[in-house]
Design a protein around this ligand. Structure first.
Ligand code: WT7
Length: 692
């Protein structure tokens, strides 16, 4: 059994929710009478028309009974930008909304609530002047700079739907999103330095616009932030500057392109908000999932607003004197909900970080935490694992005593990384919140609460208010008690997506057809004897341990028999990864299922060793023993391949689909456009021949 970590005493005393009984009572209220529970919370927001109790929630989650439909507070009228900014101005006008920390150490600035409000009003007027109206979709392709947040909120203010495209995406990916969203207006930047690397966004955007135009979707207006030139006078070499001028000259089109600063010069600081129906669309954000073309996940105004604000408040136990920092890019949902909307809706002060954890050196995160005395910090397991490699000395040099809550999101966190985060970053005094959610869920659906939940490393613990998780077997039967299967949700919470943009059938098919009556997440999970939920990974990353595995199962000793490993049940490759990375010479591991002539499926492991180490027969043996001991003999890796680099998405997720295809010797790797560095593919394919 894993250890339990009690909430830190300091936090417990003053937390919003400071006892498990309090959590249980409020949770019971939230699912017993959602209209009452969320209705109370809604009172904390500004409404032009208050939603009535009658129409608070109407929905159909059962495809057999008709189309899937979810409506929260349908007759309410509000505006999310007004609730993020205007509402706070009387008390918080001069409070800092964001400390902007640029890529380079010398690039920093602050922006207060009233300054942010002024810039948002001005840019909203710029959009209107350029013909953007309520309901129009605007795409934003930018680095992590204040103008990105200003653009989002300006859209929300006038009722335009924003589609933020991560600033690291390729021209093809941007074009696909322009086409799918029917975009006519773009907001972009001229370029950005990521660490030492100069990215000419101008060129990418120009290519994307050319692709979209060819497909019959010309961009009419592209407003460009002069970011490179404004900030990095001294940075670039003469040849880089020359390249910039060249790209600018060849791509610039006076009819279509204009500089942000020129547009803003004449814009008025007064801009009335557009009052929105609760269920009007607020934004689209594309998520690729593991297969198929990206889906435009659509969120609406009021439900998302309530859920973003409430999850932020409770999961991070928000206090007015906090300095909060979420390292995610706004191009992902984590950035939407927990860089922009959640913090602003609560009137928080946050850090907005443009750089990378590794520039100018590998201690940048710790240095920024010390600099701003960050109290609540939110990052991804992949970042934690990457930083662990450099050892504790990099952390110890800094005063991180301001930290109270440490969050993680994005994938299951292996206990080793959890413990490192807890011990070295949190000095064993901060609460760890492992938050499980998806682009589709809008905000946290499973998470510990820092002041009350005793945590287990690697478990996302319990549901957030209003969320009803179930574990289903292959037939869609709800499993009680300790069990492993598919995690699904039984009823809607306010932040759940409403549709796939332009394709409601696809929405119904992906999320509601396999298990009628439930929202299917696509993830596997297990519930332990204490009711804790452990996400085991995407369903595609599970394999069925039946067949010969049954036979192996019978050979288990009592010590290695794990309750979830029944023959014929799903097993997740994440457990095997977690065991492999416990080896002191292993940095990272990715395990996939691979077709096997006898067993049907077998375990194929890609392992990144520490620098200077190679996986020879004796190390492979050690790894197999480790897995047998930690999990069970039947989980012993069939193949181990040394992999210096693993294929990752730009958000840092390991692309197991690619690894599955390489393991199966499939020559066609399909769409690799979301991959951060596709040049590593040949060496992975080559490495297949040297498996041990
Ligand atoms: C998928 C959603 C939600 C923001 C970031 C990713 C995985 C996310 C956890 C966690 C285990 C997690 C799931 C999920 N995931 N958080 N705490 N523990 N798995 O958003 O790109 O929509 O990905 O990320 O597999 O389905 P996304």
């Amino acid at each position: 059994m894993s250890d339990i970590y009690e909430p830190p005493e300091g936090l417990k005393a003053s937390a919003h929710i400071h006892a498990m009984q309090d959590y249980r009572n409020r949770y019971a209220e939230s699912i017993g009478d959602p209209a009452k529970f969320w209705g109370e919370i809604a009172k904390g927001f500004h409404w032009q028309t208050t939603p009535t109790a009658d129409k608070f929630l109407t929905y159909n989650f059962d495809i057999r009974k008709g189309p899937i439909a979810i409506k929260w507070m349908e007759d309410g009228v509000t505006n999310i930008c007004y609730n993020c900014l205007d509402r706070h101005l009387p008390q918080k006008g001069s409070q800092i909304a964001f400390y902007w920390e640029g890529n380079d150490l010398e690039d920093e600035k602050t922006i207060t609530y009233s300054e942010l409000h002024r810039e948002v009003c001005k840019f909203a007027n710029v959009l209107k002047r350029n013909g953007v109206k309520k309901g129009d979709c605007v795409a934003v392709y930018m680095p992590m700079i204040p103008e990105l947040i200003i653009s989002m909120l300006a859209c929300s203010r006038i009722g335009a739907v924003h589609s933020i495209v991560f600033g690291g995406y390729s021209a093809e990916s941007l074009a696909a999103r322009i086409i799918d969203g029917g975009i006519r207006t773009l907001v972009t930047a001229d370029g950005v330095w990521r660490g030492n690397k100069l990215i000419h966004s101008l060129e990418v955007v120009d290519q994307a616009m050319a692709i979209a135009k060819k497909a019959g979707h010309p961009i009419e207006k592209n407003v460009v932030v002069r970011h490179l030139i404004r900030l990095h006078h001294g940075n670039g070499s003469a040849s880089e500057k020359e390249a910039y001028e060249k790209i600018l000259a060849s791509s610039w089109n006076n009819e279509r392109d204009s500089w942000w600063e020129d547009e803003m010069k004449e814009a008025s600081e007064q801009c009335d908000v557009e009052w929105m129906q609760a269920e009007d669309p607020s934004f689209i954000l594309y998520t690729s999932g593991s297969t198929g073309k990206p889906k435009g996940v659509l969120h609406t105004v009021a439900g998302y607003m309530l859920f973003a604000a409430t999850t932020f408040k409770f999961t991070f136990d928000f206090r007015p004197d906090d300095v909060y920092w979420c390292t995610a890019d706004i191009g992902w949902i984590t950035g939407h909900t927990y860089v922009t909307y959640g913090p602003l809706l609560n009137g928080a002060t946050s850090v907005l970080f443009e750089g990378t954890p590794f520039y100018p050196s590998n201690d940048r995160f710790w240095q920024v935490i010390q600099k701003y005395k960050v109290s609540k910090f939110y990052t991804a397991p992949t970042a934690i694992r990457a930083l662990m490699k450099f050892g504790e000395d990099f952390v110890d040099k800094y005063d991180l005593s301001s930290l109270k809550v440490l969050g993680t999101v994005g994938e299951p966190i292996n206990p080793e990384a959890w413990l490192w985060y807890h011990k070295y970053v949190g000095n064993s005094k901060a609460a760890i919140v492992d938050t499980y959610w998806q682009t589709e869920t809008g905000g946290h659906v499973l998470t510990p609460l820092p002041g009350c939940t005793p945590t287990k490393p690697g478990s996302a613990c319990f549901p957030f208010f209003g969320v009803i998780p179930v574990i289903l077997d292959e037939e869609g039967k709800e499993l009680e008690g300790p069990a492993e299967g598919y995690i699904a949700f039984k009823k809607p919470w306010p932040g759940i997506m409403r549709t796939v943009f332009g394709d409601h059938k696809r929405f119904e098919q992906i999320y509601f057809s396999r298990f009628p009556g439930y929202y299917m997440t696509g993830d596997g999970a297990k519930r332990d004897a204490d009711g804790y939920i452990w996400i085991t990974g995407r369903i595609d990353d599970m394999l069925n341990c039946s067949g010969t595995y049954c036979f192996d199962f019978l050979q288990l000793t009592p010590q290695t028999k794990m309750p979830l490993m029944h023959p014929g049940h799903l097993m997740s490759t994440a457990q095997v990864e977690s065991a492999l990375v416990e080896h002191s010479n292993v940095v990272e591991a990715a395990v996939v299922s691979c077709p096997h002539p006898v067993k049907g499926e077998c375990l194929y492991c890609y392992v990144t060793p520490m620098e200077g180490v190679h996986i020879d027969a004796s190390m492979a043996k050690e790894l197999r023993i480790l897995v047998r001991e930690k999990i069970a003999p039947f989980a012993s890796p069939d193949y181990i391949q040394e992999a210096i680099h693993l294929p990752k998405t730009r958000s840092g997720k390991i692309m197991r689909r690619i690894l599955r295809q390489i393991a199966a010797n499939d020559p066609d790797l399909g769409d690799t456009s979301t991959m951060a560095d596709s040049t590593i593919i040949p060496s992975l394919q080559e490495g297949r021949r040297k498996v041990v």
